[in-house]
Design a protein around this ligand. Structure first.
Ligand code: PHE
Length: 397
């Protein structure tokens, strides 16, 4: 009798979750952001995801959302968390920091989200972080790599965490690869000045590259959304570098590569995780062949955890998971793991449990959060050949 009633309740909860998910899918596919009411119905747990579901970085939000929902569906099938089903509500920030702040505020104050997941882009996570802290709602960024995301000046933000490495490491990875593997001495930099990630990563790369005896022969800038990069590229061409470091996001990077080739420039480009998108190759049309970027993971990794995840993800969505999908999945699972361990589901209790995350076996690596709330993990370097990314190297912290 008891178990029959439990079964009936679970079915009801699942039906509710099903409805919720349909609504959110509607909200993420064009309907005005945040217009869908998806407050937790009954006894559910709400994961609030803030992501770029539209705009120039739409694949970031879309992949992350898919990873999060896969983790949540799996957990709901296992009975949820502390007997409650999990609901995901996704708000589109259109790739704008101000919209990310609005979305985060709405999720915590109106929808009473138990946790915030997001953002991918560091500038947008930086806009959300103070909101997480002041409302005592934990936030886990899957992939924001700028060190400032989890910091408030010198102090670690109590409610802000991430499941990825940070850019002082990522910058070092490509600087070492350029100097030691590619034997490059002269590099130019082309950075997105309005993007905290791009500016930070360019600086971390430059510092290490200089330390290793390399030279930065030109340091140029652009703004996300620019269409014409020929002036900067012409200036770079005049200095004849052996490679150009472009730590930007995929839409801009692909256009930059095409325009460099139009100007007759043959140098490889180098970059970071912001290149990771299937759209990079669509837009670049081969212009990035011979180029390299650092990333969090590669679906080519033969390890069973990764291959099982790739298979599951393909079955669910018909595509190979990029790093965003994988880290979205890991971020949601770290949240789930912490909520199961938390003494109750209040913000402070969940926060304490997240902070104690140690040795969590994620798909992207083993996750232990350090005193700055960062994960210390290895990076991979991918090389682009025939308009597709191929594994080149792994770099440990
Ligand atoms: N690391 C980037 C940032 O902090 C975001 C990103 C991560 C983009 C992974 C693509 C893949 O802004």
């Amino acid at each position: 009798m008891k178990s029959l009633r439990a079964l009936a309740m679970a079915t009801l909860a699942l039906a509710v979750v099903g409805c919720q998910q349909k609504k959110q899918e509607a909200s993420s596919s064009g309907a005005p952001a945040a217009s869908q009411a998806a407050a937790p119905v009954g006894d559910t747990i709400l994961f609030g995801h803030v992501g770029s579901m539209s705009g120039n970085e739409a694949t970031f939000g879309d992949s992350t959302d898919k990873g999060i929902k896969l983790a949540v569906d799996e957990q709901n099938k296992k009975g949820g968390i502390k007997g409650k089903q999990i609901v995901v509500k996704t708000l589109d920030d259109q790739g704008k920091p101000e919209e990310a702040a609005v979305a985060a505020t709405r999720l915590v104050t109106q929808d009473h989200a138990n946790i915030l997941l997001g953002e991918v882009a560091s500038s947008r996570s930086l806009a959300m972080a103070p909101i997480a802290d002041s409302n005592q709602v934990p936030m886990i960024s899957p992939t924001s790599t700028n060190p400032k995301v989890t910091k408030d000046g010198d102090k670690t933000r109590p409610y802000v965490f991430r499941v990825c490495f940070i850019d002082p490491f990522q910058g070092t990875v490509m600087a070492k690869f350029a100097r030691e593997n590619l034997k490059i001495t002269d590099v130019a930099i082309l950075r997105d000045v309005g993007n905290d990630y791009s500016v930070g990563l360019a600086d971390f790369f430059a510092k290490k590259f200089l330390d290793l005896g390399g030279k930065i022969v030109s340091d140029q800038s652009y703004k996300a959304g620019d269409q014409d990069f020929k002036a900067q590229l012409t200036a770079i061409k005049g200095k004849n570098p052996q490679a150009i470091y472009v730590p930007g996001y995929y839409t801009d990077v692909a256009l930059i590569a095409r325009q460099a080739r139009e100007l007759g420039m043959k140098q490889p480009l180098m970059g970071g995780d912001g290149w990771d998108s299937s759209k990079l190759y669509e837009i670049a049309q081969g212009a990035l062949d011979g180029s390299y970027f650092s990333n969090h993971y590669t679906p080519e990794d033969p390890s069973p955890v990764i291959q099982q995840f790739v298979t599951k993800y393909k079955a669910a969505y018909g595509a190979v998971p990029d790093a965003l999908a994988t880290l979205g999945y890991d971020a949601a699972n770290v949240a789930i793991d912490a909520m199961q361990r938390a003494k109750d589901l209040s913000g402070p209790s969940i926060r304490d449990a997240i902070e104690q995350t140690k040795g969590y076996k994620g798909v992207s690596g083993v996750i232990t959060l350090d005193s700055d709330h960062n994960a210390v993990k290895s990076a991979v370097v991918l090389g682009i050949q025939k308009n597709a990314a191929k594994y080149a190297a792994t770099v440990n912290p």
